[in-house]
Design a protein around this ligand. Structure first.
Ligand code: 4AD
Ligand code: MG
Length: 480
């Protein structure tokens, strides 16, 4: 007998051949209509049982949350909302779900807040919202690989445990196998990491970029797609302590080429989602419309979800230098009326999310790529411009999200890089290999990092980054 998914059955013509379908009960009404979902699509399969001929004991076990296998034939549906349904001849209860206990969980059929769903993250995948988000997330992952593979990039696996701080920001989780209660000490009374597993201090990586650069300088074009970790105490809707980052790195590419790559890549994956996640995006769009109804008019989005995604593909990202952006911000209304939390007074100020969002959402009303930032607010590896004060950095800013991409043309000149590292007291001994790259066939090269969850947030329209990764890690939370 054929074991098909709902997704497959919905594309199948009615037929007298017996089939079976396994899934979880979403609803059971009139002792007759089971709405079964198997996760293959947002759509449920209506399974019609003949309760008069069904064992009473089995009927009682058809409850919300239970796992069933139904056997029957696929027939044209007379009801609304579906083209086919299953006329059931047999029901096997695979796993019961006690209604009294289900009542206490998010499986119970009523509206639950996203906060509540987070507390039961192991069950939230059984809701429409989360199954839609996670299917979109899966499709987007595939699109990422497809884009790079089609364009001649090699997928590179960078180490998770490293000895270096790629961003030089010191926001790392330590990795150690020492006994925390009784660590060995050196003669100065400090923990002696020479006796640790790796015989040195190690941490979880904050970015695969530095190793990525070494491979780009041999393979030409590489990309990474893996987990990264940041011990920054940011309790925001756009920060996670563990997130997935995509980092392409390309030899012989300058910053303009890097901007082209970022724009082309984002447009490709967004378009892929539009084409391959139609039902889920339709559901998420309606969810968002519902959610926004309770918000004041000014906070609602101008565009519906899919319209917003289409807009990305059809419009060129606006490229603006940091210096131009500062001029705009300094003279803008919210700055003059002191509406910003951080006022922009002079060149050199670091941009906060409120400024980025003003530029994107209010001023340009389209995605923006800011470039040529002041050297002292950016990482050590970025290429210094001839003005001696700005670096070839770029950030891609998105509506509702703020920074979605951060990247740069890398400093390829040995002496300039060494000086920079010394000025910032970055450990040259630790990064000897990174400096080596600048000694043996150095070349212009560039790359960027895209935070995968921020992309998923944008595509699904979810307001909180904790709702676009299965088990979010953030300050105070590492459950599941
Ligand atoms: O701007 P970031 O820190 O850049 C880097 O790590 C570079 N080494 C990337 C490169 O050039 N290869 O991070 C890149 C992106 C950000 O733009 C943001 O989208 C995401 O990673 N990101 C986070 N996403 C979720 N939670 C966090 N705590 C994040 N920190 C950065
Ligand atoms: Mg950044």
């Amino acid at each position: 007998m054929q074991q098909l998914t709902i997704l497959e059955l919905l594309q199948t013509k009615p037929s007298p051949i017996e089939i079976n379908l396994s899934g979880w009960v979403r609803a059971f009404r009139s002792n007759r209509f089971i709405a079964l979902n198997d996760g293959s699509t947002i759509k449920n399969m209506q399974c019609v049982v003949d309760f008069e001929n069904l064992d009473e004991a089995i009927l009682k076990k058809i409850t919300v949350g239970a796992a069933l296998k139904v056997t029957g034939i696929l027939v044209e549906s007379k009801g609304h909302g579906q083209t086919v349904e299953i006329q059931v001849s047999k029901v096997d209860i695979l796993g019961e779900a006690d209604p009294e206990e289900v009542k206490l969980t998010i499986l119970s059929p009523k509206r639950h807040s996203l906060e509540k769903l987070r507390e039961q993250a192991h069950l939230r995948i059984r809701t429409n919202t989360f199954s839609a988000i996670m299917r979109v997330r899966s499709k987007l992952s595939f699109a990422v690989h497809e884009y790079f593979q089609k364009n001649g990039f090699n997928y590179m696996h960078t180490p998770i445990i490293t000895g270096s701080d790629a961003e030089g920001a010191g926001e790392m989780f330590r990795v150690s196998a020492l006994d925390p209660k009784n660590p060995p000490l050196d003669e100065n009374g400090n923990i002696d990491y020479k006796q640790d597993f790796f015989e040195k201090e190690t941490n979880l990586t904050v970015s695969g970029q530095l190793e990525g650069e070494t491979y780009a300088m041999g393979l030409g074009k590489i990309y990474t797609f893996g987990p990264t970790f940041r011990a920054e105490n940011s309790n925001t809707s756009r920060h996670l302590a563990e997130f997935w980052m995509i980092e392409p790195e390309v030899a012989f590419l300058d910053l303009d080429g890097n901007m082209d790559l970022a724009e082309d890549f984002i447009k490709y994956v967004v378009d892929y989602a539009l084409k391959n996640c139609k039902d889920d995006l339709e559901f998420l769009e309606n969810r968002l419309l519902q959610e926004e109804k309770s918000k004041p008019q000014v906070e609602r989005s101008d565009m519906a979800l899919r319209e917003k995604l289409t807009f990305i593909g059809e419009n060129t990202f606006k490229r603006v230098s940091y210096t131009e952006a500062i001029d705009i911000l300094r003279n803008c209304k919210p700055n003059k009326k002191k509406k910003f939390k951080y006022l922009i007074n002079e060149w050199g100020a670091d941009l906060q999310s409120e400024h980025e969002r003003f530029l994107v959402e209010k001023h340009f009303k389209c995605p923006v790529i800011l470039f040529d930032y002041p050297a002292n607010i950016k990482a050590f590896y970025m290429r210094l411009n001839d003005d001696g004060k700005t670096v070839r950095a770029m950030d891609v800013l998105f509506p509702g999200i703020g920074e979605i991409v951060g990247g740069a043309q890398r400093e390829e000149r040995y002496d300039v890089l060494l000086q920079k590292m010394r000025d910032l007291e970055i450990d040259e001994e630790e990064l000897w290999w990174y400096l080596d790259l600048r000694k043996f066939g150095t070349a212009v090269h560039s790359g960027f990092g895209l935070g995968f969850e921020r992309l998923v947030q944008f595509v699904t329209g979810m307001g909180n980054i904790r709702d676009v990764i299965p088990y979010p890690r953030y300050p105070g939370s590492a459950s599941f």
